[in-house]
Ligand binder design. Structure first.
Ligand code: TYD
Length: 286
């Protein structure tokens, strides 16, 4: 296992998607890092991040943002309460770059936590691997319940503490992904999933949902052009992605706190639009 610690080997290790449990020494390092952050009063990073996850692009971007925010002398606006924002959309719609762009605007003014489902809690790292790889056959109900387990852990470990500190929390996916992917596209129905989601989240609901809407055909093309290893969901037939897109349209049709953004636009325009919306939301709700 020691051999896997160099970055080159860690990349190969990731590409094969074989993940091993943390060693004692990794656990020790992570605990020390968490303690150090907590002692230094670094607001942004009190949670433990799996070492391999830190090597992923999104996490690199996120941790860079956190470091920048913690090290600069911004005068943060104090919110009276935390705000939960989720970003939803079909695979390939551009959520990751959108969140990065939006965060770079928000993080100069507000204390921010950026997170994602599945996989941003310590338990979630393991659940994410099972869900994305599906190394054994998983029924649709079991698949949903694994996402729900990740959600319950995520809510308690990451979302609630950040909201209690009156941060803006941006989550890349949340319960609505399950309603759409498992409820609509896998055919499990929405009622039970919605109920379990509420329970898993301890009743916390997003204040704002940004729906990045993209034609499924275009999304499939983007995914193919990425030239990356596909997740179990990205390997699904095109028909599945059409069901997901239709599911989002139906589920969000009558929801007032959903802001639909045209994901064919460039990321900067989408982020500007979302940023302006958040500022006006804060003005009317503070
Ligand atoms: P990820 O690599 O995070 O993809 P993306 O960047 O598109 O979010 O993989 C997450 C996959 O899991 C994605 O295909 C959507 C799917 N998913 C569900 O099916 N149900 C869920 O509840 C969630 C949160 C994600």
């Amino acid at each position: 296992m020691k051999q896997l610690r160099t970055s080159q080997q860690a990349t190969r290790y990731n590409a094969q998607m074989v993940r091993l449990p943390l060693t004692m020494s990794e656990k020790k390092t992570l605990t020390m890092r968490a303690r150090r952050n907590s002692e230094s009063g670094d607001w942004s990073e009190k949670r433990v991040v799996h070492p391999e996850r830190e090597s992923k692009d999104m996490n690199k971007n996120v941790s860079q943002l956190r470091t920048k925010q913690a090290s600069r002398n911004y005068t943060f606006k104090q919110l009276k309460r935390g705000i939960l924002i989720t970003v939803e959309g079909i695979d390939g719609c551009g959520k990751t770059t959108f969140i990065k762009e939006l965060s770079s605007r928000l993080n100069k003014e507000f204390k921010l936590t950026i997170t994602k489902e599945p996989g941003d809690s310590a338990l979630g790292v393991y659940l994410r691997q099972i869900l994305q790889e599906q190394p054994v056959s998983i029924t649709s109900k079991a698949e949903y319940l694994l996402f729900a387990a990740d959600r319950a852990q995520h809510a308690t470990e990451i979302i609630e503490p950040a909201l209690k500190k009156n941060f803006i929390v941006i989550s890349d996916r949340m319960g609505d992904s399950s309603v759409v992917y498992q409820g609509f596209a896998r055919g499990l129905g929405t009622h039970m999933i919605n109920q379990i989601n509420i329970w898993a989240m301890n009743g916390i609901k997003p204040d704002i949902i940004f729906h990045l809407k993209l034609d499924p055909q275009k999304a499939v093309e983007r995914i193919q052009n990425r030239n990356e290893k596909l997740t179990a969901f990205e390997k699904e037939k095109k028909d599945f992605m059409h069901k997901v897109a239709a599911g989002y349209d139906t589920w969000f049709a009558d929801k007032k706190h959903v802001v639909t953004l045209d994901a064919e636009k460039d990321t900067v325009s989408m982020a500007n639009e979302a940023y302006a919306y958040i500022l006006s939301w804060i003005e009317t709700h503070e």
